[in-house]
Design a protein around this ligand. Sequence first.
Ligand code: ADP
Ligand code: ADP
Length: 225
Amino acid sequence: AGSLELRSLRKSYGGVVAVDDVSLSVRAGEFLTLLGPSGSGKSTTLMMIAGFVQPEAGSILLDNTDLVGIPTHKRSIGVVFQNYALFPHMSVAQNIGFPLRMRDMEEADTRDHIARATALVRLHGLEERYARQLSGGQQQRVALARALVFQPPLLLLDEPLGALDRMLREQMKHELRRVHQELGTTLIYVTHDQDEALVLSDRIAIMKNGRVEQIAPPREIYERP
Ligand code: ADP
Ligand code: ADP
């Protein structure tokens, strides 16, 4: 599970074409990075997959089911967006468990899922802390745990390390790789950082002006003739 296909996706805002006829396939379990300058349509693409933005045209097939028209919380997709912050007045466990509450999971399963997600991002011992009492790196881990707590087949991460300083970014980059390997989830990752894309991805899709210009494994992208 977790194969994704985008067919001729399109979205414009007023006169600005944000995403212009994007088609691509992502294998189950693949780590795909959307890499490109600011304004190239990366976030809009991700938001359409998540269901926060409605495409003007095209389809989004997750395991051969078209998601267009299905509400966000029914899409079984985990998301980390920069502006999709933690709830500061909730504990770590409450934040991580939030998507489970939305899905009416029963208490025993909820505890179990929270404990597993917490261990996966190495936050054990911090369950009762308020989110606002955590460091930046810890908050990013909580956001990641919250995204994957219901074990979605697809994870969407939009610049999840953007707010961190250099050292923390390095560390979290490796944590991300480990988490992806342990979970086997399909992952679509948005960044404008070439090093992150190079280290993390199975394939990189280069975006420019709302289009995918090239899509290939990192070694083909970085080995210029
Ligand atoms: P990226 O994630 O690559 O920075 P975006 O998808 O955020 O790119 O933006 C693509 C284009 O769409 C940009 O020109 C941006 O200004 C425009 N855009 C994005 N969101 C909105 C919005 N809510 N309203 C108007 N224009 C938008
Ligand atoms: P509430 O007061 O809303 O019940 P809690 O913080 O007690 O808030 O719990 C929120 C959710 O997190 C509950 O589903 C609870 O079972 C779970 N939870 C709380 N602490 C832990 C923990 N240490 N390990 C795993 N799950 C926990």
